[in-house]
Design a protein around this ligand. Structure first.
Ligand code: ADP
Ligand code: MG
Length: 651
């Protein structure tokens, strides 16, 4: 003999009420066969809903066994119970339990999404069901725009969506007026005629008359079980089953899309709250991105300055090191050393340097400036360019020519009354007359002294005519391409030590400065980024907090989804997606804020430029997604692990 559809043996349900357990169902034995229409009646509090929830696999018995088609349900895992709810049962509730943020059509389609029906089949079937229930004109209405009777019809369509072989209706007419109630009962009767097994709970005896069998319970025990009429159809036909499911990946994607849509809806319905939640993320991401951009901007600028001055130059100074008190007395560094260095294969060009502070005089204007006696290669070594005129050549150096190249600061000070005169004019350097042959462009440098006045003469002129000393202040060596600066540095020291008979010079190069600066920017970036990280962390905690609130607020929605067959993973996914979306959106706003900052900085006319790297933005997005997953997980798991009955009955 075929096993009965529903079979309860000695089923009890206890609740822990205060100290002692409260037995709500007491040793229920009940068999319901396929195709029956059963009414469970009893006074309020007699245990009808509890029994119904156990039959519908929303709740489990405390004792006793419950078999569906002979299969015991006691050992089933939550997802297996969800499968039964999804594929076998269709729930109809007294208060309809439609999701208020979704249209009638979307509400009806929902169980099919969890069952993995294709989108096309899903829509066709939902349309057919709603039309059959006279709701064809109301597909796009929200539950709030429908009357009670209409909402109950939508919920009947939802119960039928996946087939609904067993319809469980808990007080389906309880909230309806008499006429709508009768309509609903007629629909249920019709469904039973079509082959659906229908179990209704009611305290209304008139409603119960629709059933073929009435079971009366009182204080958790069955006190009467009678047939009102013989089953008309002895062999009930199988109810029309739902169309075949979609491809598993397709179905998975549909469930993901549903979760995504719900997350968006939830966010949209609390815009301000969502925005405030995101604030921590926004600030964190914006500061990381703009600090990185700022660091990169200043790094590139400094590098540009340094490479303009030449990273492959070495300066040779007399003395042991910076701050050597006796370096002024070291007179061994002479122009011949420069000539010797120029002969070396690793050297590109060499220029000797002597300096002195002098008074410049033109007509009646006098200013103090630094005169630099340099070689003809000096300007190339330093990457200096001319604004006008020309530079001096080797011939001028050999002949102690009284030529001077001035910078634009000097031009501005000395020729302020004669702006259009400069090239060819004779100015006095202390008492030595020199002809101005060129003006250099202002160096576009962020580092170094940019306000001082500098003029350049051949070093021979400076030594012989101006200063009267035969030793040099320094030698600047430009290292040949392809030769590592460090190697050249060692060779320079070795050569000069040999020539001088002792190591009385030291060298420095700009590469060391560059390294220092890079290290400094890195440290700064790291420091500010870690502060930003704290902001992200705080933001993440904010997201977690709000997600916990959201789970509490939507407990009933979760219950409804579970009742129609959502798996725990579906619920988990929905809330996780919401958390990730909040964080991602925060990340996007943060990046936008950082970009906006760049525009503001650019318009403010500041020298600084923010240089955004794609890497920092991509990692910003990755980072915010991770925060979403990390901090969304706990609330999402809390939602997924809710007990369906508890969730459903929570107000
Ligand atoms: P009915 O649907 O017949 O009105 P219920 O099955 O809903 O009755 O409830 C039966 C009894 O179980 C009631 O006395 C109710 O207070 C109790 N009960 C229901 N749910 C819980 C619960 N979660 N915790 C404690 N007691 C409960
Ligand atoms: Mg009840």
């Amino acid at each position: 003999m075929e096993a009965p559809l529903i079979e309860l043996r000695g089923v009890s349900r206890d609740y822990q009420a205060g100290d002692q357990p409260l037995t709500v169902l007491d040793q229920i034995d009940l068999v319901i066969k396929t195709g029956e229409m059963v009414a469970i009646v009893g006074t309020s509090g007699s245990g009808k809903s509890t029994l119904m929830n156990i039959i519908g696999c929303l709740d489990r018995p405390s004792r006793g066994t419950y078999r569906i088609s002979g299969q015991p349900t006691g050992e089933l895992v939550p997802d297996a119970l969800a499968y039964l709810r999804r594929e076998h049962f269709g729930f109809i509730f007294q208060r309809y339990h439609l999701l208020t943020s979704m249209t009638a059509l979307a509400n009806v389609e929902m169980p099919a999404i969890y069952a993995g029906m294709t989108a096309k089949n899903r829509q066709t079937r939902a349309l057919t069901l709603l039309s059959r229930l006279g709701m064809a004109e109301r597909l796009g209405h929200m539950p709030g725009q429908l009357s009670g009777g209409q909402q109950q019809r939508v919920s009947i369509a939802r119960a039928l969506m996946n087939g609904g072989a067993v319809i469980l209706a808990d007080e389906p007419t309880g909230a309806l007026d008499t006429a709508s109630g009768l309509e609903v009962m007629n629909i249920l009767k019709e469904l039973n005629r079509d082959g659906h097994t229908v179990i209704i709970v009611t305290h209304n005896l008139q409603v119960a008359q629709y059933a073929d069998r009435i079971i009366e319970i009182s204080d958790g025990r069955i006190v009467a079980d009678r047939k009102t009429r013989d089953q008309s159809a002895a062999v009930p036909q199988r109810p029309a089953t739902a169309p075949s499911p979609a491809h598993p990946w397709r179905a998975y994607w549909d469930r993901f899309a549903e979760a995504f849509r719900m997350a968006l809806t939830a966010m949209a319905s609390h815009r301000l709250r969502t925005l405030l939640t995101m604030l921590g993320i926004i600030i964190g991401i914006a500061s990381v991105v703009s600090v990185v951009a700022l660091g990169e901007g200043s790094r590139q600028r400094i590098l540009k300055d340094i490479s303009a001055m030449g990273t492959n130059t070495i300066n040779v100074y007399p003395g042991k090191d910076w701050g050597d008190m006796r370096s002024g007395k070291v007179r061994t560094l002479i122009p011949r050393d420069a000539d010797a260095l120029a002969q070396q294969p690793y050297v590109d060009t060499v220029t000797p340097v002597v300096t002195k502070s002098v008074t410049l005089l033109y007509r009646n204007i006098s200013v103090t400036a630094q005169v630099n006696g340099v070689g003809e290669h000096f300007f190339r070594v330093r990457g200096m360019e001319l604004a006008e005129g020309r530079l001096f050549d080797l011939e001028a150096v050999r002949s102690n020519a009284q030529y001077v190249v001035i910078d634009q600061n000097t031009q501005r000070s000395l020729f302020k009354d004669f702006p259009d005169r400069v090239i060819g004019e004779v100015i006095m350097l202390d008492n030595v007359p020199c002809r101005v042959i060129g003006v250099t462009k202002k160096l576009d440098a962020a580092i170094g002294d940019t306000e001082s006045l500098n003029v350049w003469t051949p070093y021979t002129t400076a030594m012989n005519r101006l200063i009267g000393q035969q030793y040099l202040r320094s030698i600047t060596v430009r290292v040949a391409e392809s030769v590592p600066t460090t190697v050249a540095e060692q060779s320079v020291v070795k050569l000069l030590t040999q020539r001088h008979g002792a190591k009385d010079i030291f060298v420095s190069n700009l590469d060391a400065i560059r390294q220092t600066i890079e290290k400094t920017t890195q440290t700064m970036t790291l420091l500010i980024s870690s502060i930003a990280l704290i902001s992200l962390l705080v933001g993440g905690i904010g997201v977690m907090n709000i997600m916990l609130v959201s789970v509490t607020e939507r407990t009933q929605e979760i219950g409804v989804r579970m009742a129609v067959g959502a798996r725990q993973s579906d619920i988990l996914q929905q809330f996780l997606i919401e958390a990730v979306l909040v964080c991602l959106l925060g990340g996007m706003l943060g990046v936008a804020l950082a970009l906006g900052l760049g525009v503001v900085v650019a318009f403010s006319g500041s020298d600084f430029k923010l240089i955004y790297s794609t890497a920092s933005m991509v990692s910003a997005f990755l980072c915010s997604s991770c925060i979403g997953i990390l901090f969304g997980f706990l609330p999402a798991r809390k939602a997924a692990r809710l007990d369906p009955v508890v969730a459903l009955t929570r107000e």
